[in-house]
Ligand binder design. Structure first.
Ligand code: ATP
Length: 257
C-alpha cells in the first residue's frame, strides 16, 4: 500500500471549483515537486495534505490511516515567507517547535533541557549555531529559511510540505538551499511535497514532478471546472523517461469536453 493515497479529491470554495478528480499515490521517502499556473490550487492541495482543509469529496490517507482530520506533527510545513517567530531567538524558535507537542505549548525541566540539546544539534545541522542567540531579523533570507526548515524538522515529521520555500531567495542562496535539502533527504526518509514555480528546481530536486492544470475550461464560467494532475513526470533520471501515467487519464484537449 502506498504511504500517501489521494483518491478522487475535489475541492471548491463557494461555487468555484478549485480541484477535481485528483488522484495520486506516493511512496514513503519520495520527493514530489508540484508545478502549475498561479491560482490553480497547488497550495490548496498542500493545505489538504496538512489537514488544514477537508476535501469536498474524496479521501486523503497518510500511512494507511484514517483520513487526516487534524494537523499534526507528523507533517512539517515551510512557506515561501519565513514562518519563524520574530520575537524569539534562533534557538528559542527551534525549542518552540517542540513545545507544540505539549498541551500547554511549553516545555519545563528535563523535557526543556533535552529540547535545548536537540535544538543545538539542529542548529549545528542547519549551520546556525553561531547565531543561536540572535533574533530572526538579524539573519539573511537564506538563514531565516534554513531556520524555518530546521523548525519544521525538529518534530521529525514523516511528511515535509514546502510551499515555494526558496521563492524569495537570490539565485546563489537558492542553490545552497538545494544542496542543504538534498543532504537532509539523504539522511532521513522524509516524504516531501514541494510547490515551486521553477521547473528546473522541480526536476532537479524531485523524484517526480506533478503538473496541475485545468483540462476542462468554460470561457463563460472560469470557476466551473477545477484543476487536476495532468502530468506525472518521472524526474529521477533528469526527467527521462518523461511523462507517465496521467496523460491519457486527465488531459482533455477540447475546450468544451
Ligand atoms: N480559503 C479560501 N476561500 C476562497 N478562495 C480561496 C481560498 N483559498 C484559496 N482560494 C482561491 O483558490 C484558488 C487556488 O488558490 P491556491 O493558493 O491554492 O493556488 P496556487 O496554485 O497555490 O497559486 P499560486 O501559485 O499563485 O500560489 C485561488 O483562486 C484562490 O484565490
Amino acid at each position: 500500500m502506498s504511504f500517501v493515497d489521494v483518491s478522487n479529491v475535489w475541492q471548491a470554495y463557494g461555487d468555484r471549483s478549485i480541484l477535481e478528480r485528483v488522484n495520486v499515490t506516493v511512496d514513503e521517502g519520495e520527493f514530489i515537486s508540484i508545478v502549475g499556473a498561479s491560482g490553480c490550487g497547488k497550495s490548496t492541495f498542500l493545505r489538504m495534505l496538512l489537514a488544514e482543509e477537508t476535501p469536498k469529496k474524496g479521501t486523503i490517507r497518510i500511512d494507511g490511516g484514517e483520513p487526516a482530520v487534524e494537523p499534526n506533527l507528523e507533517r512539517g510545513v515551510v512557506f515561501q515567507r519565513y514562518s519563524v517567530f520574530p520575537h524569539l531567538t534562533v534557538r528559542e524558535n527551534l525549542i518552540a517547535g517542540e513545545g507544540f507537542k505539549t498541551p500547554w505549548g511549553r516545555l519545563f525541566g528535563t523535557a526543556r533541557r533535552a529540547a535545548v540539546e536537540r535544538a543545538d544539534e539542529m542548529l549545528e545541522r542547519i549551520g546556525l549555531n553561531h547565531v543561536a542567540e540572535q533574533y530572526p531579523a538579524a539573519l539573511s533570507g537564506g538563514m531565516q529559511q534554513r531556520l524555518a526548515i530546521g523548525q519544521a524538522l525538529t518534530a521529525k515529521p514523516r511528511v515535509l510540505l514546502l510551499d515555494e520555500p526558496f521563492g524569495a531567495l537570490d539565485p546563489g542562496t537558492r542553490l545552497k538551499m538545494h544542496d542543504f535539502l538534498q543532504e537532509l533527504r539523504a539522511e532521513t526518509n522524509m516524504t516531501v511535497f514541494m510547490v515551486t514555480h521553477d521547473l528546473e528546481e522541480g526536476f532537479k530536486l524531485g523524484d517526480r514532478c506533478l503538473v496541475f492544470d485545468k483540462p476542462r475550461w468554460d470561457p463563460h464560467d472560469p470557476g466551473r471546472y477545477g484543476a487536476t494532475i495532468t502530468y506525472d513526470f518521472d524526474a529521477r533520471n533528469n526527467g527521462i523517461p518523461f511523462q507517465t501515467t496521467k496523460e491519457n487519464e486527465n488531459v482533455v484537449h477540447t475546450a468544451t469536453a
